[in-house]
Design a protein around this ligand. Structure first.
Ligand code: FMN
Ligand code: EPS
Length: 390
């Protein structure tokens, strides 16, 4: 499976085209819209989220709630676009008129893509960079992820996420009994944190940063239960599924690091404190007594829950500006800001779920190729039986 996204932050719409889904898989607008709504929430978001009410329009590949096997195209309109039609040049402005608008951006923000992107493409109006580098693009990645999540869920695989840390305020690891409970509790939290004791502290940290004109980052964790054993590969470096998850997390705007299982903590421990002992019983088949390796050995799933963490840096657009250099005048300036998120870690947790779900669904479709959804479901069911009898 593969997907592409297109669209600018203040353009008319964002689009994704998904290719390779089996035919006959049930999927509705609501499945996708629910995920889009989850991504818009979270304490610390800026004014833009009050303007947008993200909804997916299915323009291809699905009929009467089932995939056709043809490419699926999903569109999310930008409600903010109506305020930007002139600036975005959608009305075919003459050069003279564009000059009149005088909204050319020549002041790159430290930490954003503005300067490197401008140099790379030769854009002297840095808006041509920021429009696409904006995390607005994650809207349609979540739409594609929603389709992947639906496929996984139909196959008995559930994906959840939660926030472990915001701006130095740390939560206890979640003590959940079922993944559904984890999903429900985090859904009720305005910072997507399972640990209710620190929720207010996290909100306070966000408010304090905002008040100071600053921004803060944090750590999110994605947990996946129900993956069959042996998905991925130890044979080829580019089919190692843990590596694909790491790349997927790193592809989210502002993410600077990834850990699977113990992650960096493994460096401080003996091997006997890191590796998970293997056990077997008739009911479960093989299992691990612990899950310090977060569901992966040898680039393949172990069948234990997948645990992936990602760290998000603080948002680069700051009301309290850092110094930078104007690309036209070469003068040093301090950036002024119209609007920005002060913390988007809770939203990023939903994006992390989406990109992880996508990689897992793609790996399954790759390993168990089937043109029909029913065939795929049967394939997975019989593979699970096989694994039990190994
Ligand atoms: C959900 C989400 C919302 C974001 N909101 C903003 C924002 O309002 N302002 C901003 O400057 N950066 C925001 N970012 C981060 C930038 O998009 C990101 O830092 C930028 O694209 C540069 O990429 P890099 O940080 O990965 O190097 C957001 C990121 C995510 C995931
Ligand atoms: C629009 C979204 O996030 C945007 C990501 C973003 C950035 O620079 O990454 C900048 C902000 O956009 P604007 O400049 O229009 O206020 C965020 O609101 C979204 O998540 O849907």
């Amino acid at each position: 499976m593969r997907y592409l996204t297109a669209g600018e932050s203040h353009g008319p719409q964002l689009t994704t085209i998904i290719e390779g889904l089996p035919a006959g898989m049930p999927i509705t607008n609501e499945d996708i819209n629910e995920e889009l709504g989850r991504r818009q929430k979270g304490h610390g978001r800026g004014r833009r989220m009050q303007i947008e009410k993200d909804q997916a329009f299915i323009s291809a590949g699905i009929r009467h709630g089932y995939t056709l096997g043809s490419p699926v195209a999903l569109v999310v309109e930008n409600d903010d676009w109506k305020h930007w039609t002139k600036i975005m040049g959608s009305e075919g402005l003459s050069e003279k008129k564009a000059e009149e608008i005088k909204r050319k951006i020549t002041r790159p923000r430290p930490g954003h893509a503005d300067l490197n992107g401008g140099i790379k493409y030769g854009h002297r109006d840095l808006r041509n960079v920021l429009e696409r580098s904006s995390a607005r693009e994650t809207t349609v990645r979540v739409a594609a992820g929603a389709v992947a999540k639906k496929l996984l869920s139909l196959l008995g695989i559930e994906v959840a996420s939660h926030v472990l840390e915001i701006g130095g305020v740390k939560a206890e690891p979640p003590a959940y009994e079922t993944i559904q409970q984890l999903q429900q509790v985090t859904e009720e939290s305005s910072v997507r944190c399972f640990d209710k004791n620190v929720e207010q502290q996290m909100k306070d940290a966000i408010d304090e940063a905002k008040q100071k004109g600053d921004s803060i980052g944090g750590i999110v964790e994605v947990i996946v239960e129900g993956m069959p054993v042996g998905v991925g590969s130890y044979v080829h470096y580019d089919r190692k599924l843990d590596a694909k998850l790491a790349a997927a997390i790193m592809s989210i705007n502002a993410f600077k690091g990834v850990e699977i299982g113990l992650g960096f903590e493994a460096a401080h421990r003996f091997g006997s404190e890191v590796h998970d002992e293997i056990a077997w019983d008739e009911e479960k088949g093989y299992y691990r007594k612990t899950n310090r390796l977060g569901g992966f050995e040898g680039g393949m799933t172990t069948g234990m829950p997948i645990v992936v963490r990602g760290v998000m840096k603080p948002i680069p657009t700051l009301y309290k500006p850092l110094k930078s250099v104007d690309i036209d005048t070469k003068e040093v300036f301090e950036a002024s800001v119209e609007r920005s998120d002060s913390c988007a870690v809770p939203a990023a947790a939903v994006v992390a779920e989406a990109v992880v779900a996508w990689e897992l669904a793609a790996a399954i479709v790759d390993q168990f190729p089937s043109d029909r959804y029913e065939q795929l479901a049967e394939y997975i069911r019989s593979y699970r039986e096989d694994v039990k009898g190994f």
